[in-house]
Design a protein around this ligand. Sequence first.
Ligand code: W6P
Length: 361
Amino acid sequence: QALRREIARAASHRGTPLTVRELYAFGQRALLAPNATRLHSAQWLHSELPVRLAHRVLELSELPYGLAEMPSVKEVKDMYQNSFCDIVESGRPDTYLEEQNFSEMLTSIRTRHDDVVRLIAKGVIELKEHCGRTSSDLEIRSFLDRFYMSRIGIRVLMSHHLALGDPSPGMAGVINRFCKPSHLIEQAVVATRSLAYQHYGEAPTVEIRGNTQLQFPYIDSHLYLCLFELLKNSLRATVETHRDADVLPPVRCIIADGVEDVTIKISDEGGGFRRSEMKGVWTYLYTTAKLPPKQLLEMEDRIDRTNRPDPIAGFGYGLPLSRLYARYWGGELALASMEGYGTDAYLHLSKLGDKKECLTA
Ligand code: W6P
């Protein structure tokens, strides 16, 4: 049909990755000339978003192993298709009023897609119930990496544009010029320690060392998400391997400021894990092996509603997703386990403003 052709045509273009610098420039210009910048930004999104959405529609309809036929996957494909249509049919915004309508549409598109991580996870669980663990795992993992990475990018673009209409000091759209790792660590420590208390009745302390004054331009929510996930894992591992101890060994965070990277190391003495388990750590739904799918789904449910990882979800989606968030701007997340002692997590965040969004995982 006509829609199929339109989608194929849009997907024949490659997405245009932005750099932090470009994103930033939009945010800065929005302070001086808000209306003109928002209009310009809306016009750019009006051509860029259909391209990125179209790629996802095609990929979702061509998924292997019957994944494309899973009801939840179909639902997601329809969402992407509907959003594609909404944007294409709305026409290019040419006036400030049209920009306002466009932004309202973006808000509802963003809300429409809130549930996507959970729905795709559901599709994968449904598939696993059908065929169990298969050789398709690797292919599915690389699909999920690409898919979630692309989703991060699309949501950053939308959120950034929407934030241009709501300027606040120090912020350029979604980018915080003074993103302060030590501050976000402190917040994540409060949140994860309170979860540990709820679950175990105790929690180790967390030390923060190194460059605690450091501030650099970054997206707060992306960094917080990674810190929360890593601290949660470290606290749990520490409590679980020192159940009978009087004192828990502290978790240590070190912030290092380099030329290329800001690196945050989080070290625990939670016993580490086996080298042979390393692969599993980066696998989506690693925990399905141990948990009945129903129970897992309910947990993923909670994750998406609150937009906060669940304390007991463990090696679910948190670590692979955190690594995607790190890689999105050219960073990296690496784990080093010393089996029988503890784990070091290295979160590398790229400082370079001319790094392009990573759209391919
Ligand atoms: C562990 C397992 C893990 C994963 C990610 C971060 C920290 C830790 N600690 O024992």
